[in-house]
Design a protein around this ligand. Structure first.
Ligand SMILES: [Zn+2]
Length: 282
């Protein structure tokens, strides 16, 4: 799933390329993509794109009085194309056709339709459920005392940091990287962090997410590719050597994601139980 650095670079690139472009027409081939019906998506015709920005892990296409709020979910991509999508393209979810034949296209890989969009009056964006419930951005990280207050919850760090209401922008990939950078167990509770641990995690937000964004700025050209070259150190690297201490990176498999960590530096040398095994035995 695209997270803060991926969505941010997408917004920056799209904004650079599409700002000022007039919208000729818009349609939503995805039957369940649009979560709003009034105003209809056709109301975008004739409007001008002012820019594209990020809200948490979502994208906002600004067109003055109307905005399009888009959640890519796990398999969606918002890209600018030089041509129009074939109407037979089953990946198309929302097509915003621009002057000159270009098209801002929301596509989704796979058969599921989970990516969604809302067309909202700009003044209502802030009050929309998906936006109103967002915590502060993980990057740049909020001031340390606010950060400490946000994390002061008796919940494991892994789900806590991924909870967009607590802090916005972190998902299943970058949470592993942040915890590894801060040398913290995914199963440590937010409310049990000492001052030093909180400071390390706070610094990790700025360093890790900032470095990821910087990396994308260097390697991503005008077009954002389907698959971003994520500079990951531990996530998806189970079985490889920890780049810092050389221990073998371990993984815990959950139903729809994998948690990776360095046992030497994050869990006091303990290899945690992989729940995949217990699930197979059920
Ligand atoms: Zn290590």
């Amino acid at each position: 799933m695209p997270e803060l650095p991926e969505v941010e670079i997408t917004a920056r690139r799209l904004s650079r390329a599409a700002a000022g472009a007039e919208i000729e027409s818009a349609l939503a081939p995805g039957m369940v993509t649009m979560k709003t019906f009034d105003p209809p998506v056709e109301a975008l015709a004739g409007r001008t794109i002012a820019g594209v920005r990020r809200a948490g892990k979502m994208l906002v296409v600004d067109t003055g009085e109307l905005v399009v709020l888009i959640h890519l979910m796990s398999a969606g991509r918002l890209q600018l194309w030089d041509d129009r999508a074939s109407l037979r393209d089953r990946a198309s979810r929302l097509l915003i056709r621009l002057e000159g034949g270009r098209e801002l296209r929301l596509r989704e890989f796979g058969t599921q339709q989970r990516a969604w969009a809302k067309l909202l009056p700009a003044e209502l964006l802030r009050d929309d459920d998906a936006v109103a419930t967002l915590g502060p951005d993980a990057y740049p990280a909020p001031p340390l005392d606010e950060f400490a207050r946000l994390l002061d919850q008796p919940r494991h760090l892994h789900p806590l940091l991924r909870d967009q209401r607590t802090i916005a922008g972190i998902g299943r990939s970058w949470v592993d990287e942040l915890l590894w950078a801060a040398r913290l167990s995914p199963f440590q509770k937010g409310s049990e962090l000492d001052r030093d641990a909180r400071e390390r995690l706070h610094a990790a937000c700025d360093e890790v997410l900032g470095a990821a964004l910087e990396h994308y700025e260097q390697v991503i050209g005008d077009k954002v590719p389907d698959k971003l070259p994520m500079p990951l150190q531990v996530h998806r690297r189970a079985g490889e050597d920890c780049p810092r201490c050389g221990a073998t990176i371990q993984a815990i498999h959950f139903k729809d994601y994998v948690m990776c960590y360095c046992p030497e530096e994050q869990t006091g040398g303990r290899v945690l139980k992989d729940r995949r095994l217990s699930r197979l035995l059920k």
